[in-house]
Structure formats: C-alpha cells, structure tokens
Design a protein around this ligand. Structure first.
Ligand code: PAF
Length: 274
C-alpha cells in the first residue's frame, strides 16, 4: 500500500490507475470501515482510502483533540483489506491556508444531528468535496450509520453534478447489536453493556411500525422515556422519511428511525430503516 500525505504526490500516484473507488475516513478503523474497503475493491481497479481528522466538522466543545488517532494500526488494517493507496494529509497539507470557501448544505444540515452540532455538515461537505476533487474517484463509499451525512453528501454530489457514484455501506454491528463506531472506545465497561439499548429502542419502534403503529410522536416519546429511565440524555429519536429525512406522516412511506443520545460523556448515534 502506498501512503501519500501531499496532494501533488497523491495525484501523480493516481495517474493511469483505471477506475478508482474512494473511502474517506477519520481513522481509528473498525470492521465497519473495513467492509467499505471490501466493497470498494469490488467496484474498481484501485482502492483509495483517506485518514484525516477534520477539524472543520467538530464544534468548539466536541472531541476533536481526544478523537482516537491510531495511524499504525489503521495502516495494517488497510493493507490487509487490500487498499492500494492511502491519502493521509496533515492539516497543513489539506488546509495550507484557512479554508474560507465552504460548502453550505441546504436546510437538511440544520435538522436532527445538525440541530445539536451546528456547522457539522458544512464541515463534512467541505472536506469531502475537497477530498473528492483531490482523489477524483469514479465511486465513493460512506457508511449508512451516518445516515444524514450520507444523504447530505449524495445530494451534494448530485446537485454539483460530480461524476461519482455514491455507495452507502450497511452498518456493521457487534454481536449484541451496538453499531460499530470509533466513539464506542470512550465507553466504560458498564456503559458498553448499557449502550446496546440504543439499537434496541429503535428496533422496537421499527417492529411497532411494522405491526401497524403510526402515532410516530408517541413512539418517539416512549423511546426517549426508556432511554432517560436508563440514564441516557437524548438529543432525538425520530421517525423520518428515507427520501428527505422530513418527519414521517404515513407508515406507507419508506421510513428510517434515527437516534442520537448521550451515555455519560459519549454521544452515540444509530438508525434503522423500516
Ligand atoms: O464519516 C466520517 O468519518 C467523516 O465524517 C468523513 C466522511 C471522513 C469526513 O471527514
């Protein structure tokens, strides 16, 4: 696996590499990332991954400084997964001057996670557009665990007419259901056991909808109450339309249940399609 930190050396390395599939990450890789790399291999001649912890998408009181950085272990995993090229820029490689041109996503950036993480999707969209311009892949892959992020990025690529297919990778879960996430590493042993509740409550909502329940606010409130009773502090549990993440109005639509809640100081997100 080649490793490049500079934009020009990466661009030279990607000349004449055929069809390129690209999976951007912030490192601290787990099986969810590796399954994206495996899918990427099926899509292209050359698989490119990136590792970059993007300051622009973290709020002032968020975990940018403590975000786990595990570069050597990540390289071993990427190599084993058959990744051909890793782009691992430093902050000054990617942002040699203050990034003043930003991608401003539309209203979707202010709902759900955006309401609790102002500026987050602006930071994500800006870095991803920049990475896509640098790598110029034909395919890019993002995990469905970050459901809203995937939608923001799909819409960006479509509206800006980038010639890139976006693939959403299924969420990979631990045996007990917890969605794999770099932030799971912040949980204490007791919190790790409790953390499975998040997937249970959204799965229960899914079951109830499948069995005819359609009072969505009531389902959401019951889930928030169950989480609060177990010590969680919930930002949202929301039943939304898959097409645009607007509130669900009918169980006949394709729906998704999304949740973000804090266990101790760790904020976890999850979702399940109905
Ligand atoms: O999902 C992530 O890891 C990040 O938001 C991404 C897409 C790599 C942009 O920094």
């Amino acid at each position: 696996m080649q490793i490049h930190s500079g934009i020009s050396s990466l661009r030279s390395a990607l000349k004449d590499r055929g069809r390129v599939a690209f999976a951007p990450t912030m490192g601290n890789l787990h099986e969810g990332h590796i399954s994206l790399m495996t899918q990427a291999k099926q899509q292209a001649d050359t698989v490119v991954a990136s590792i970059f912890v993007n300051r622009l998408q973290f709020g002032p009181n968020e975990d940018f400084d403590k975000y786990p950085r595990t570069f050597d272990a990540d390289c071993e995993k990427l190599q084993a997964a058959g990744v051909d090229v890793l782009f691992a820029p430093t902050e000054s490689d990617l942002y040699p001057e203050p990034q003043e041109y930003m991608v401003e996503p539309p209203a979707i950036q202010h709902m759900l996670d955006g309401e609790f993480r102002p500026g987050h999707f602006r930071g994500v969209a800006t870095v991803v557009l920049k990475l896509l311009n640098i790598v110029q892949p034909q395919v890019a892959l993002f995990g469905k665990k970050d459901y809203q992020q995937l939608m923001v990025l799909r819409n960006m690529v479509r509206q800006l007419a980038l010639p890139i297919d976006i693939i959403g990778g299924e969420t990979v879960r631990a045996e007990d259901g917890l969605a794999l996430s770099s932030r799971n590493g912040y949980l204490s042993a007791a919190e790790r056991q409790e953390a499975t509740r998040l997937f249970r409550v959204i799965s229960q909502i899914r079951e109830q909808i499948c069995h005819g329940a359609h009072n969505f606010p009531e389902l959401e409130q019951a889930a928030v109450a169950e989480l609060s009773g177990a010590g969680w502090k919930t930002d949202y549990v929301a039943v939304r339309q898959q097409s645009d993440l607007q509130p669900a109005t009918s169980a006949k639509q394709a729906l998704v249940v999304l949740a973000a809640s804090r266990l101790g100081s760790t904020r976890l997100i999850d979702n399940i399609e109905v």
